[in-house]
Write a protein that binds this ligand. Sequence first.
Ligand code: DOR
Ligand code: ZN
Length: 365
Amino acid sequence: LQQITIRRPCDPHVHFRFGLMLALVAPLHRLFHWSLAMPNVPEIRDADGALDYRLQVERAIGTDGDRAPIIVPTIKLTHATTPRMIARFAGDHYVKAAKLYPCKKGAAAGVTTGSHNGIHDVTLLTDVFKAMQSAGVILCIHAEDPDTADPWLREEAYLPQVEWITSHFPGLRVVIEHISTAVMARFVEDAHANVAATITPHHLRWTRADLYDGGARPHRWCCPVLKTVEDRAAVRRAAWYCERVFFGSDSAPHAIEAKEKDGGAAGIFAPAEITMAAEAGRFLGGEAGLTFGPDLAVYRAHFEQFVSLRAPAFYGLAPAEDTIVLERTDWRVPSSYGGHDGLPTVVPFLAGETLWWRVVPDAAG
Ligand code: DOR
Ligand code: ZN
């Protein structure tokens, strides 16, 4: 069997949730060297909350022999966040980032799940951004304009806010999360060295046509929404070439009942074994039906950069010293996870599809 070995990957964008959902999904992220836990559900606003949440997720994720996956917590910025809160938060060496969710002033709901109490005016955060810049806390941005009615236009409509931040605080490290448009990909490619971005496996794979594919597909609905073929081509190019652009799963599980209904939730559940198999297929060419010539080494290197090396470099966290192995063999993605022992049932990314690569299970722990 054709096999490749890469440094153990990292996931700089994942929603672990809490309670039974956390119990179900955390072990499915054990493969990663470290994971950056998003602060929207449950809402984490300060250092105490972040440290407590880190312990909860670490307990739930468990260990893989001697290896303990690292959980890097984040806090959600609100208009009540103070420079003092940032200073306390930055005191813990595990802590790395704070997340900005845009939200209309006074609105009960923001641009996405758990983004109420978010930021309606970035200029009001000047002192917080200064504190983050001097403490080395990274700013993660959900870049979508809540005042733009058309969800397909929200990302580019938020660009002026992003530009205001990156031009006024050039020393602040910024990650624009889950970029999905050609406009934002171009912005990141042309930006200064302190601006980076994550891209999800679903924005790399699908376009808006996939939202209605033999019927409505609620398990493909997410924020930001899937975009056009041209947008996908632009994010694919950035994922391949730009050293400040890296994988972030944005795994965002919701129980099947919350997705398959009118007014269903946005978010795609993306366990590690699925995203790594999907990205291996994309980078290594298996699914494009290519043959494996001398170029395989080049493809492997780009894949490893994207999932294992660029995020640690930007975050200032060490990359993994150990490796995982993927092999070229057909692998069928489970149609759901959970549904037993009181655990919720959750339908994953690429449910029921056959992928060309799989993570060799021993390496997955
Ligand atoms: O689709 C999404 N779901 N996008 C987000 O930004 C949040 C997430 C969630 O927490 O469910
Ligand atoms: Zn997210």
